[in-house]
Design a protein around this ligand. Sequence first.
Ligand code: HEC
Length: 149
Amino acid sequence: MKPGWLMLAGLALAGACREASGRLVTDAMVTGDAITAPLTQTPGDPVRGKAVFTSREAGHCVLCHRVEGLEAPFQGNVGPDLSAVGARLSPGQMRLRIADPTRLWPDTVMPAYYRTNGLHQVAAGHKGEPVLSAQEVEDVIAYLSQLEG
Ligand code: HEC
């Protein structure tokens, strides 16, 4: 099995044993299908966001998403192509989808990146921490917002 698929299986498993506690995204933060207010005071940095998007150690979004013209050794197609996502979704809509996609798609394989619960497989030192920090979420949004196809 390729390492990518192994990780994918792990993520799906993490999704399967989610718990109700530990949500960082609260109902009050959500308006419709978006979190309109940024998670941090510091605006997102698209350059750092691109690194988070591709890095295995951070978001590793390329495991499931493709972006036209992005240089990454592997790009998956489990999730939608994000080459023009900036034209399709507002920053607030992206924020909810990245932070806690299960609020929109209860059975999605996409991990909740800003949520501490259900991450049974994280190393002990990282228990209780979200996969991405609030700033990393904002950085990824800044990067994706630039992608308009
Ligand atoms: C394990 C696979 C997987 C990973 C990893 C993943 N996603 Fe997703 N993503 C999906 C799937 C699948 C969907 C579509 C929702 C659904 O049907 O479950 C999606 C949907 C989205 C959407 C909405 C796209 C649209 O057109 O509506 C955005 C934005 C997004 N993902 C961003 C990200 C970002 C940013 C990361 C990394 C921080 C990431 N995803 C990591 C699988 C993944």
